[in-house]
Design a protein around this ligand. Structure first.
Ligand code: ZN
Length: 100
């Protein structure tokens, strides 16, 4: 449990623990020096060989989703279930943006 930083390039996630004071939201990847994405504890990294899920994760992260569950707007919340394909991921992002 705890928050994580994810590098989609190297397909790794590093735990940031649960201490709010110590979270690092602007971390660069220790391996490739690329940008890491700060995600919620709901995030679970698939195996490195799982291309399909990593593509979906990359899409969600680039779209600004941080794996909060539920994702709440002003009046409504939506619950996240890991999309089966990119099309489902796109639908989720569209729904998420409609909430703001
Ligand atoms: Zn990396």
């Amino acid at each position: 449990m705890g928050y994580k930083n994810v590098c989609v390039n190297c397909r790794i996630s590093l735990s940031e623990g649960t201490n709010y004071e110590l979270f690092n939201r602007n971390k660069t990847c220790p391996t490739c020096k690329g940008k890491m994405y700060f995600v919620n504890e709901k995030f679970k990294a698939p195996k490195k060989s799982n291309d399909k899920e990593w593509k979906i994760i990359e899409y969600l992260l680039l779209s600004g989703y941080d794996f909060r569950n539920p994702y709440c707007g002003h009046e409504q919340c939506i619950y996240f279930e890991f999309p089966k394909n990119l099309q489902e991921a796109e639908e989720f992002i569209r729904e998420m943006r409609n909430l703001d």
